[in-house]
Design a protein around this ligand. Sequence first.
Ligand code: SAH
Ligand code: DHB
Ligand code: MG
Length: 223
Amino acid sequence: MTEPRLWNDVDDYLTALLAPPDDALSAALRDSDAAGLPHINVAPTHGKLLHLLAVIQGARRILEVGTLGGYSTIWLGRALPADGRLISLEYAEKHAEVARRNLARAGLDKITEVRVGPALDSLPKLAGEDPAPFDLVFIDADKVNNPHYVEWAVRLSRPGSLIVLDNVVRGGAVTDATTDDPAIRGTRAALELFASHPKLDATAIQTVGVKGYDGFALARVLP
Ligand code: SAH
Ligand code: DHB
Ligand code: MG
């Protein structure tokens, strides 16, 4: 099959032009790899997309579910003003430690915070702090809980907030309505929620490139 090589060549071309690595991004991936973290961070062009979406959104407050080594967190954090705030939720202490170092090296430690624990524990705790609404929520953790994360994202948002859901295509597996795979079932349930929720207006985009064949979904929170 020639297509994946073509996708990768095009992705390399676009990345070099439009989302070239800098020292902090390269070091974040290098140290994540050295610590044994899986290579499941967003692609550079998608990190740049998250960054641009946050800038277009005028985001001052961002919530991320699923930090890993903080690669997507750096792209998002760089969209914030000096008094902005990004909270990222991560299950694994080791991932959070790597991410905090990567965020500090990127100069983002003042405005970013990585909270450790299952996100379904961290989210109610966060809600209990009665936080100002988040302008953008990026959901990229365990896919089985995606519908719960969407519900929490709506609850912690305001009209006009943007919710981004990663990995909604998974090589096409998303169309299998009979699958037993809890990750696919979770993502299908989240997409169905995107479609049916009275407070959401959504779409999804298929993607190809260095991360293979996947996609993401976007939802705007309605009044
Ligand atoms: N957003 C990152 C990639 C995240 S990978 C990037 O693009 O750079 C998914 C992360 O979600 C992993 O670090 C994993 O440990 C974390 N995770 C898995 N289950 C979780 C849970 N229940 N709560 C919070 N984080 C979880
Ligand atoms: C996986 C998770 C991700 O968030 C991703 O972007 C790619 C792969 C995974 O769990 O395999
Ligand atoms: Mg992902």
